[in-house]
Design a binder for this molecule. Sequence first.
Ligand SMILES: *Cc1c(COP(=O)(O)O)cnc(C)c1O
Length: 416
Amino acid sequence: MSLTRARCEALDAADPLAGLRDEFVLPHGMIYLTGNSLGALPKAASARITHMVEEEWGQGLTKSWNDAGWFVLPRTMGNRIAPLIGAGQGEVVVADTTSVNVFKVVVAAMRMRPGRKTVVIDRTNFPTDNYMVEGAVAAFGTYKLRDLSEYGSADSAAGFAFDDDVAVVLVSEVDYRTGRRYDMDALTERAHASGALIVWDLCHSAGVVPIDLNGCDADFAVGCTYKYLNGGPGSPAFIFAATRHHDAVDQPLPGWYSHAEPFAMEPGYRPTGGIVRFLTSTPHVISYGGLAASLDIFDKVDLAEVRAKSVALTSLFIDLVEERCAQYGLSLASPRAPSDRGSQVSFRHENAYAITRALSARGVQGDFRAPDIARFGLAPLYLRHVDVYDAAEILGDIMSTGTWQSPEYQARLTVT
Ligand SMILES: *Cc1c(COP(=O)(O)O)cnc(C)c1O
């Protein structure tokens, strides 16, 4: 017999993270299963951003570059994210976007391995990462792009074996489409065994999967802050570089923010030291406000508890949906073993788009990723077991009644 709603209520009553839900704005009547795309609004963010606008900007004006710490925001926010990803102080900056940061980090890594002419990407990765690498390769030399699958399989005991032409490997820990999770220890070790550097994209794991960048000896990492880190739409991304690499970094977008003396206004570029060398230009100050409010919440959270709840919620959702929907052609696209997936559950169906639209009309907000994936990101800070139960019930109803077939759900909106 399946898990009942009453049992889910009991699980919520015993949930050590249950109180955090109250820290977020959650629209009435919506079950929000897209925390992997845009995290919910922390209640404290509005006042924080208003303060930045009215006091720091309105009253402080240029004094705020010093007095409100605007100039050093990329570093101070980087130091606040560091503990969430297993990085040390002075190893992370927050600035620009993930795509731009991929470009900067991959080129810096390519330059640290002169003579090696292969960059390994993962064709299943979020495409923008690979577009940026294509752009980097086009601009900076004669590199071969090869796919990770040419070097082995994550499923095989042998794992991956790279050759000595590989300069850089760029992969995401958690796959945006299926939620599949790579073993960071194993893959980092395989890259290093061949003398290559590895860049980890943590967009779909930061804030929801405990990450130990220094524990696994990672070289570089990038990631979003607007997904599970709840920084708000377009909040700036982060870059990690292991301290041992800082002096060797030669990044391709040198701007005054990474100059040794930005206010000396020298005619030529001279890089500063440390992780700050990855900065380019003026931070998008207001965009850091939401992230600061969210990180105040993370300061109170044990990521091991977040991960335990994430595993419980994703496992629960898989069980409940399969029980109700298996006969309607929904098949699990995410790994079944919890250790092999992040905090999302994806199902394949040839009409996945219409299904996500029908769900949205019933208050369940998932999303669609081409060609056939209905995707549900379960954010443990603000989702309850009963939300997962209710969402599965509604999905079961939509599939059994076929309401997704209604014409209004077939046409694609601009953003899916
Ligand atoms: C979400 C995501 C991005 C987003 O990139 P932007 O530059 O912020 O638009 C990039 N890469 C991965 C792997 C992602 O999941």
